[in-house]
Design a protein around this ligand. Structure first.
Ligand SMILES: [Ca+2]
Ligand SMILES: [Ca+2]
Length: 194
């Protein structure tokens, strides 16, 4: 009977080869296996590639936009009468227009006179903004106000809302619904630039 000793070459084949294979498999493992990317981000080579507006290793951090562009405003609610219960005009409905301001500074006005004559409080009125208006300090307060244009005396203030276009928690909606439960409410159609 002949007994063959295991020489070094054989030993390498039997013992070391599986180790080499195992370590190769480890190197080929997907580096994204344990990477979680939030808010629609995706993983590439182990790192998150985040969508616009989000950052951080896992895309969990919202990025404050540089500006918010408004392309359209809808007036979704306004009062049928003034605070005294009187109609906005002696014998007809209000002739409405909008103003957007920041502090005391007006940044946009929808018309020199009015956009809609004798507006009906049961309807929604849409104001296209061309060119679009940029809110360049999205974390500051802005004011939107609705007026009734009058030919022969000062225009009637019909209502307004003070709002902050962006907060860290509001997640970049494309429509900002401004409704404080008061007599006026608006919807702002917006896009974001970071
Ligand atoms: Ca009036
Ligand atoms: Ca009128």
């Amino acid at each position: 009977m002949k007994i063959k000793c295991l020489n070094l070459r054989d030993w390498l084949l039997v013992v070391a080869l599986p180790l080499v294979i195992a370590s190769c498999q480890k190197e080929n493992a997907d580096p994204c296996d344990k990477t979680v990317c939030l808010n629609g981000g995706h993983c590439a080579n182990g790192n998150c590639v985040c969508p616009e507006g989000y950052g951080g290793a896992d895309c969990s951090q919202p990025i404050t936009p540089k500006k918010i562009k408004i392309t359209k405003i809808e007036v979704t609610r306004f009062p049928a009468t003034d605070n005294n219960g009187a109609g906005w005009d002696p014998t007809s409905g209000p002739d409405i227009y909008l103003k957007l301001s920041k502090g005391d500074v007006q940044i946009w006005k929808s018309a020199n006179t009015y956009n809609y004559q004798n507006a009906d409080p049961s309807k929604i009125y849409s104001f296209d903004i061309t060119p679009a208006v940029d809110l360049t300090d999205p974390q500051d307060q802005y004011t939107i106000t609705l007026y009734d244009y009058d030919d022969f005396d000062a225009d009637d203030f019909m209502g307004g809302i003070i709002f902050t276009p962006y907060t860290k928690s509001n997640r970049f909606p494309s429509v900002l619904a401004l409704d404080a439960g008061g007599t006026v409410a608006f919807k702002l159609y917006v896009s974001y630039t970071w």
